[in-house]
Ligand binder design. Sequence first.
Ligand code: XBP
Ligand code: MG
Length: 232
Amino acid sequence: MIKTLIFDVDGTLAETEEYHRRAFNVAFEEFGLDWVWDDALYRDLLKVTGGKERIAHYIFRTGAMKDSMDPDGRSLAFLLHQKKTAIYTEMVRTGAVPLRAGIGDFLCAAAENGIGLAIATTTSLPNIEALLGATLGSQWRRMFPVVAAGDMVVNKKPAPDIYQLAVNLLDQNAEDCIAIEDSRNGVQSALAAGLRVVAVRSDFARDDDLQGSIRQLPDCTWLSLELLREIA
Ligand code: XBP
Ligand code: MG
């Protein structure tokens, strides 16, 4: 019996990573840094989940600079990520990023059949509010009564924490939930939390090893109630 579908956001609900990548680069430029994360480098950096963590990793890996602290004790990675999030949410709020093909219909079909919806993501709540507000309108909050996101947990994907938080907030058992994911980190996180996973291929995770998922779909148009009945 599947009680709830727990959706990842970036790469699953929408192909957002190209916009995240652009927002990082605009933030770097606004800080007077000559860092440019091109497509190939960003694909590699995506192995590190969390925008702040990704920047800190890049600083460490390149020795670009010592991650300095400002007078309020905030790191450069924190300040850069704060600016990036403001740029990204502005981009997304304009409606630049649609839901992936198939997602809207699947969300409606699941909800109409009494299946709950939730979110478990590494990105931050402001980013989710911008994306789902622009694509689903204010109803999105009623559609997803449980949202586990970003810094609500310390250990990000592939750690199980964010999915454990979502299951706990749902007051359900992991066995009653199915995770919908696009990346290796996401699949591993959900598996470690005891959930079954349906994986969908996405652009920036197209070469990811999605082993452990019970289905690996080429895109989100393959998501259906029939599929859920097969795996229930
Ligand atoms: C993907 C991530 C996020 C995004 C950037 O999250 O790892 O870090 O790349 O968003 P998920 P932030 O696939 O779990 O939705 O800069 O807000 O982290
Ligand atoms: Mg993802």
